[in-house]
Design a protein around this ligand. Structure first.
Ligand code: ATP
Length: 252
């Protein structure tokens, strides 16, 4: 079923004119993204730009006010059960049962997928082998983060959404996670990030989001060329007029 879909659908993600309105705020204001199979696609933007809302709508976790999403041709709302089998998601805050151990959580997530990674392989991939018997609540922030990455990848999903992949990890752990992401073969990755080095290293294409809209899109190299910038961070500042670490309150 999934194989058939992939042959018929060149795009891994086809998001058309996504809008999310809250009572006093339009968080996402007409975002369209077309992401090909096998791409590692970065979503960059300042705090409050609408990145998380966008990927939550793509993942079927937040209902759009307008627009549509297809993941390998499937609608994440109406084809929820099928999408669950082909999609892995790492969100900024992991809502996991704190009294379960790391191994129990990995085994629980394995049970959701038809062809999951072996438990021990998943644990070693994120250097949590020696924490297998530790309860989630007793992990450090970085260990929780690494577990959430393992859980996003456990089902060998065709499409993976990673929101703030390595925020809070130490430099060594970041590099290991990057290698893990680089080793994913033919999976499609959407990476929401503030870290320019991470985006530049991992992503073949990037969308810059500002105030709920895509203001620029292209490879990191193209964005630098377009703005005659030496670094992606400089390109970001040139295109948005903001620093990537600006807070929305400071812009108001
Ligand atoms: N449930 C909600 N109700 C009202 N406003 C919301 C809600 N969720 C998000 N927002 C607002 O929508 C805007 C976009 O939020 P979002 O979390 O998507 O931004 P972001 O780009 O992911 O930011 P960050 O980098 O800080 O995570 C923000 O102004 C936020 O305050």
């Amino acid at each position: 079923m999934t194989e058939q879909l992939e042959q018929n659908t060149p795009l891994a993600i086809d998001a058309q004119h996504l809008v999310k309105r809250y009572k006093h705020k339009t968080a996402v204001d007409g975002i369209s993204l077309q992401i090909g199979r096998g791409e590692t696609f970065g979503i960059l933007g300042t705090n409050g730009a609408g990145k998380t809302t966008t990927v939550e709508m793509i993942a079927g976790l937040r209902q759009p006010s307008e627009g549509s999403v297809r993941i390998l041709g499937l609608d994440p709302f109406t084809d929820r059960a099928k999408v669950r089998q082909i999609l892995g998601v790492q969100l900024q805050q992991a809502y996991l049962h704190g009294s379960l151990t790391v191994r129990e959580l990995v085994n629980l997530y394995r049970s959701f997928y038809p062809n999951p990674l072996e438990t021990d392989r998943a644990l070693s991939m994120v250097q949590l082998t020696d924490k297998a018997r530790t309860k989630f609540d007793n992990l450090s922030g970085g260990q929780m983060q690494r577990l959430s990455i393992a859980l996003a990848l456990i089902g060998q999903p065709r499409v993976v959404i990673l929101d703030e992949l390595t925020t809070g990890l130490d430099p060594k752990a970041r590099r290991r996670v990057w290698s893990t992401i680089e080793s994913l073969s033919d999976q499609t990755v959407i990476l929401v990030s503030h870290a320019m080095d991470e985006v530049e290293r991992l992503c073949n294409r990037v969308a810059l989001i500002d105030e709920g809209r895509v203001i620029a899109q292209g490879s990191p190299h193209q964005l630098k060329e377009q703005t005659q910038s030496a670094t992606l961070e400089d390109a970001f500042v040139a295109l948005t007029g903001k620093d990537v670490h600006d807070d929305e309150e400071e812009d108001a």
